[in-house]
Design a protein around this ligand. Structure first.
Ligand SMILES: [Zn+2]
Length: 261
């Protein structure tokens, strides 16, 4: 491994620390504070976040997530250094990688897409989109992302009403789950801007497909374990949109079957 490659992996590891810090702090206090433990809210030391260590006061600290994020970002930064996506280069790709990882972890852990990350995402997506495909295709991609998912969102609202009625009829507590949330609409717009037209369309479709396949597998598992209730199971789509856009952006050779020439 050359010095440059070692540096790239190290930069990735530090990026992992930043992602872990943001994923601990943003959903809990909604601003950039000193590092805190999301479980007991005690202040943590920076070196415990970067390395990463369990919380010194409650012993927890989501170290499995922390290590996975650090290792993934270190490995992926090394990959970006050796083969950065065409027309982006290392640093824009690296910053976008941090955005993807942060939104993914927060959505996965809290089923939440925060306004702060979305605001950052809009700026980032305009920059990345313009680097990749110029303004016109970027703005068209954003419009497509917004249009496709807002339609699904409206459909989802009808479904949610129906579902609330079924839950009541089945004597289950109605909840406020939505098939698609407003956060998904915002996320789809951001990813649409990044991918540009016409890739936005393929990216979202692939994301919905991925979500559908994983949901189907989960439903079968629930059904086999006797916990299946057709009106009481929902999958958040955010992580699937992120995964799909991530693959198209960083590893188009893996998803060539859906990327038009
Ligand atoms: Zn703690």
């Amino acid at each position: 491994m050359s010095t440059h490659e070692l540096a790239a992996a190290l930069v990735g590891w530090i990026g992992g620390g930043i992602v872990n810090y943001l994923a601990d702090v943003l959903p809990t206090v909604r601003r950039l504070s000193r590092p805190i433990c999301p479980d007991c809210r005690e202040t943590r030391r920076w070196q415990d976040v970067i390395l990463p260590q369990a919380c010194r006061s409650c012993g927890r600290g989501r170290w499995l997530r922390a290590w996975l994020v650090n290792l993934f970002l270190a490995g992926f930064s090394l990959y970006l250094w050796t083969s950065p996506p065409a027309s982006l280069g290392f640093w824009p790709s690296w910053i976008a990688l941090l955005y993807f990882a942060t939104v993914f972890v927060i959505d996965f852990e809290h089923r939440l897409i925060l306004h702060s990350t979305s605001l950052f995402g809009f700026g980032l997506a305009l920059w990345i989109g313009n680097l990749r495909q110029g303004w016109t295709a970027t703005l068209l991609g954003g419009l497509a992302g917004f249009g496709i998912v807002i339609m699904l969102y409206l459909l989802g609202m009808v479904f949610t009403r129906l579902r609330a009625r079924r839950l009541q009829a089945a004597n289950l507590e109605p909840d406020d789950e939505e098939a698609f949330g407003a956060g998904d609409v915002i996320l789809a717009t951001i990813l649409g801007l990044m991918l540009g037209w016409p890739l936005a369309w393929f990216g979202l479709l692939f994301g919905i497909l991925l979500g559908g396949v994983v949901s189907a597998v989960l439903l079968v598992i629930l059904w086999l374990s006797g916990r299946f209730h057709p009106w009481a199971t929902f999958i958040p789509f955010g992580p699937f949109f992120l995964t799909s856009a991530f693959l198209i952006l960083y590893a188009p050779q893996l998803v060539r079957f859906l990327v038009p020439k």
